[in-house]
Ligand binder design. Structure first.
Ligand code: PYC
Length: 404
């Protein structure tokens, strides 16, 4: 760490804001910190401030259910998430920090003819793109996950699944800590408890950021604030089709290991994996209304529990330990919005809905490229904001784990 800053365990203690940075990144979640890391590592751009109104990883990064996969529906999605998965595998070594990356195998269950068709479709696109996925029959599911009830209590029998062996989980907060520490080591400043209250634009160009701790002059701003994007885009007068929905999740008390794989059922609105501590990490669909609040509800917990019992009836006495919620930037086509915007120097990393954690490394890498070169790499062309005007959507709804 640079000797000019007092040192805390992984990060520098807060220092005064400077009045000028080459780049200001709004949001110290995984995406914002990854962008800062790659700006410093790959482009030697280190006069960078990451501003966070709360604490590192307080948003979607610390609130997701940690699933990593690349079994998407569109070739553009598959290519993008597969590069992310590839980067994830090396991060523990790169950061010298154990992210508990654990390859589990990912099953997306099909309970209807139309779901079987979608899983077969995804398997074929995945294989075409060199990604390891295949459609498997119910016996294969049972062999890999012996405790599952294939009949789902007679309510929704499992007809097959999309099996994706590289599907993995990782310690989500540690991903943000690793990127943050790596960025700070290279000279980036992270300012927690620093809220952006306004952005100044002159003649179509970004010129500065107003914060609760003072004014910063800058010509480049990245917004990476899942769930708060509309507040930030309002500051620069940009319209996006993003709407915000809460997504709740929970963990059970720790159990003896019985679930080696990740099980997802869009139809039953449930996804589950077992953490290295033995807790079942579970989630379901987004709440069915727009809301900027991270409250939890009994309705969610009861609904999730009942669907979990369809799959694993023997869990009926298991207690839920914690429930929480995060905020999701939803987009009409279930793909992110990344890249340049009509305001010069204002870059967007948004629309991460319920699929942002797995994209952390590649979003950081591609946004760093976009900011450094003022030009988007091909990998994110399909995610550009203008696709909504051009009617060129990147339809990933069929690959979202979350029911809709
Ligand atoms: O897209 O894999 C996913 C996911 C899991 C939980 C929410 N989204």
């Amino acid at each position: 760490l640079s000797s000019k800053y007092p040192r805390t365990r992984m990060f520098t203690a807060t220092v005064d804001l400077k009045d000028n940075y080459d780049v200001v990144i709004i949001g110290a979640g995984g995406h914002g910190l990854a962008a800062a890391y790659y700006l410093a590592r790959d482009y030697d751009i280190t006069n960078v401030a990451v501003l966070e109104k709360d604490y590192i990883g307080a948003g979607g990064t610390g609130r997701n259910t940690t699933i990593i996969r690349s079994n998407y529906l569109t070739p553009e999605g598959v290519r993008f998430y597969d590069e992310s998965l590839r980067l994830f595998k090396d991060l523990s070594t790169e950061f010298d920090l154990n992210l508990f990356y654990s390859e589990r195998g990912h099953f997306t269950l099909a309970h209807s003819d139309s779901a079987v068709r979608t899983m077969r479709w995804r398997a074929e696109v995945n294989k075409h793109m060199g990604v390891n996925s295949e459609f498997v029959n119910p016996d294969f599911v049972k062999e890999s996950c012996p405790y599952i009830d294939l009949t789902c209590g007679g309510n929704a029998p499992i007809m097959g699944a999309l099996y994706h062996p590289p599907g993995a989980i990782a310690r989500h907060d540690a991903v943000a800590w690793g990127y943050g520490a790596g960025a700070v080591k290279r000279g980036v400043e992270i300012h927690q408890n620093t809220e952006v209250v306004g952005i100044d634009v002159r003649k179509g160009k970004v010129i500065g950021v107003r914060t609760n701790r003072g004014y910063i002059r800058t010509s480049k701003i990245l917004s990476a604030v899942a769930g708060w994007t509309p507040q930030i885009t309002d500051m620069v007068g940009i319209r996006t089709p993003i709407y915000v929905r809460p997504l709740q999740a929970c963990v059970s008390e720790p159990l003896k290991p019985f679930l080696d794989t990740i099980i997802v059922s869009g139809s039953l609105h449930v996804y589950v994996s077992q953490s290295s501590r033995g807790e079942l990490v579970m989630g379901g669909a987004t709440d069915p209304y727009d809301l900027n609040m991270m409250r939890t509800s009994l309705e969610f917990t009861e609904g999730l529990a009942s669907h979990m019992l369809d799959l694993f009836p023997f869990l009926s006495e298991v207690k839920i330990l914690r429930v929480w919620a995060g905020l999701c930037d939803m987009t009409p086509d279930f793909a992110p919005i990344m890249g340049k915007t009509p305001v010069e120097g204002f870059y967007l990393d948004a629309g991460w809905g319920t699929w942002g954690f797995k994209a952390t490394p590649i979003s950081g890498k591609t946004m760093a490229h976009t900011i450094a070169k003022d030009c988007e790499p091909d990998l994110i062309y399909a995610f550009r904001l203008s696709r909504f005007e051009d009617f060129e959507l990147t339809g990933e709804k069929g690959a979202a784990s979350v029911g809709h």
